[in-house]
Structures are given as C-alpha cells and as structure tokens.
Design a protein around this ligand. Structure first.
Ligand code: F6P
Length: 373
C-alpha cells in the first residue's frame, strides 16, 4: 500500500509548545501553521503547553496573520510552562493545593476541540508527556526543542546554536575585562545534566578550563591550570562551568528541591563555588557570573531558524502521512523521524568524553578539570 492510500483525513490540528522556551520555537510554529494552512487544514494554537488543553479559553484558531513576522522572534507566541504536567497537575481546592492526574480531561478536550492531531514542540519532559498521551490514543507528533541539546534521537535540537552563540559572545566580552584586571572569571552556563553548551562555547570562546557534568572535576587541577596562566604571563584565566558540573565524588549543585509538576530540580551554584575555591587556594582575584536565561532569549541564529522551519514542515508531513507517536529529528543532512518510545526514555543524550571536540581542546592545553591532559 502506498503512503497516500493510508493517509488519514485531517481537517484540524493543534499545536503547542511546552517546557523552557528556546530560540527557534516561533520558526517551528510559523512553518507548521503555514504548511498546514497550505494543505487546507485548520490550526488551533494551544497556549501555555498542556495547560491550554485543560484551562478553558486557552485554545484559539491560528491564521496566516498570526504567524506573520515571527520567524526571527525569540520566545514562543503560544507561551509555555515547565510546570504543566497533566499527570501531576497542581490545582487549588479551596485553600489547599492538590496534585491530580488530569490526563483524561486532556484526551476529552482534544476530542471536543475536533483536533485530528497535535504537534507538540518540547524537550524530554514535554515529549515524555506527549508519549503518554499518545499511549492513551491521542494522535501526537513531537518536535525536539531545548537549548541543552540533550534530547536523544536527534543529532541536534533547535535553540542550542543560539545559546552557544550567546555564551561564546559572553566569553569574548569577559576576555577583555579579565585581561584588564588580571582576574580569573568563572562563568556558569546552562545545559542541565549535559555539557554541550559549556563544551562548545568554551572551545569557540577560547576558555582555559571547561567543566562539564560528564567529567567530574578536581579543584587542584583547575587551580594548577589557572596558576600556569599567570606563570606564563597571560595574567588572566577564563573558566566555563556547565551548571551540572560537579567535583569528583560529589553531587551537582542545586538551587531548590524539585517542585511537583516539574520534571527536574533547578541546578546552579557551581561557578560561585569554583570561583571562591580558586580565590582561596591561589590568592588570585576571581569573579563568577551566571549567564542564566540570557541563553534562552533573543533572536534565533540562522541555523536555528532553518532547523526550526525544517522541523515544523516535517512534523506536518508526519501528520499528513498518519505517522503518529513519532518525533522529527535531524540526521544530517536529512530530517527523519523516530518513535517517541525510543526518545522519551528519561535519559539525556550526554557528551561523549572521547569526542573530537574534547580531544582537540585537550591537545591545545585546555583543562577539562580532570587529571587527563
Ligand atoms: O532545559 C532548559 C533549561 O534552560 C536548563 O538549561 C536549565 O537548567 C533550566 O531550563 C532552567 O529552568 P527555568 O526556566 O525553570 O529556570
């Protein structure tokens, strides 16, 4: 049977963005909406992730005019949240806050809105929810999004390139002030349990030390590298630390316990710790900063706009072909798809400690904070 013979009759689809935002979300929305409208379908924009399928009045028809001019805009015109897990939904019951599974109501709402399919754009947490909804019979396709680049099943996610550019730009700027003051600067970047942003920005931005979660660090090694910079009369040093980087034998630095409805705990604090230890052990003037949400904001790079647009178009093709329960992915040079069951596995895609980027960094004298040189 040819694919066209098995095609479902699609009249109306929904689209939503969940989890933390990432530059390029609007490019995906625009591509998906324009492609769907071109096929004669109606598109419903679901606001604030899965919340928009639970709270009344948060699903609205999207027309061509709604996506005009958004290609280069950061954020998401649909809004998003990293708290709206329908299987663990926090709601008020009188004065109390209760946690309830509202997934059944979501399935009903998809039906009552007349949605023949939903395109869900999100990271591991959001797509794990999408997978559970697919198991309950909702025709879902996924689009991988995250600045962390830790989504299994795809070589890269959109948002990552912009985040790396932002972090690299920050490192360029820090070089001049570090040099002027003969200081050591420790910069904390995002990335959750994976070191993709730290590694790529660290190498592109000429950092002296790069700390990633995949390689636990030793403070003696870091301090030796910092001192070496001063002995060599370079007189300043730049350290990049992924928020998930941790000392050997210790856990990651966290800011608070996991909230109900959120997939993960908030990480943070490693740069402050490393900077204080460097200052204490070497006596060198040291400063730390956290780049934080700057990495998620701003205009998407050309790469992210293009990848977002390719993903958006590919998601609509999956729906047209009735290939539900799948996520679009990049396998250069092609856009392909994988079953959600293979990617929503609760395990991030980590940096391989033997990759060529790490090897090249080590061979240039960059320290990864461990004893290997
Ligand atoms: O997953 C994206 C991400 O930006 C992580 O890099 C970071 O740990 C987390 O989200 C921050 O979450 P929030 O936006 O809730 O502060």
């Amino acid at each position: 049977m040819g694919r066209s013979e098995g095609r479902p009759k699609i009249r109306r689809i929904g689209i939503c963005t969940g989890g933390g935002d990432a530059p390029g979300l609007n490019a995906v929305i625009r591509a998906a909406v324009k492609t769907a409208l071109h096929l004669g379908w109606e598109v419903v924009g679901i606001r604030r992730g899965f919340d928009g399928l639970f709270v009344p009045g948060m699903a609205k028809r999207l027309g061509a005019q709604d996506v005009a001019g958004i290609l280069s805009m950061g954020g998401t015109i649909l809004g998003t949240t990293n708290r709206g897990n329908p299987f663990e939904y926090r709601m008020k019951a009188g004065k109390r806050t209760i946690v309830k599974d509202v997934s059944g109501a979501i399935v009903q709402r998809v039906k009552s809105l007349g949605l023949d399919a939903i395109a869900v754009i999100g990271g591991d947490g959001t797509l794990a929810i999408a997978k559970r909804l697919a198991d309950m019979g909702v025709p879902v396709v996924g689009v991988p999004k995250t600045i962390d680049n830790d989504m299994p099943g795809t070589v890269v996610t959109f948002g990552f390139d912009t985040a790396v550019s932002t972090a690299t730009d920050a490192l360029d700027k820090l070089h001049s002030t570090a040099q002027s003051h003969q200081r050591t600067m420790v910069v904390e970047v995002m990335g959750r349990y994976a070191g993709w942003i730290a590694l790529n920005a660290g190498v592109a931005g000429g950092a002296d030390v790069i700390l990633i979660p995949e390689i636990p660090f030793d403070l003696d090694v870091i301090c030796r590298k910092v001192e070496e910079r001063y002995w060599r009369k370079r007189n300043f040093a730049i350290v990049v630390a992924a928020e998930g980087a941790r000392p050997t034998g210790a856990g990651m630095f966290t800011r608070e316990a996991r909230e109900t409805g959120r997939q993960e705990v908030l990480l943070g604090g490693v740069a402050e710790y490393v900077a204080a230890e460097i200052a204490k052990r070497t006596g060198r003037e040291t400063r730390s900063l956290v780049l934080g949400h700057l990495q998620r904001g701003g205009q998407p790079t050309t790469f992210d706009r293009l990848l977002g647009t390719r993903f958006g178009g590919a998601a609509i093709r999956l729906i047209a072909e009735g290939r539900f329960g799948r996520m679009v992915c990049l396998r250069p040079p092609l856009i392909d798809s994988v079953p959600l069951a293979e990617v929503a596995i609760g395990k991030p895609r980590l940096v391989s400690v033997e990759c060529d980027t790490i090897l090249s960094a080590r061979n240039m004298g960059v320290s990864l904070g461990d004893r290997i040189v």
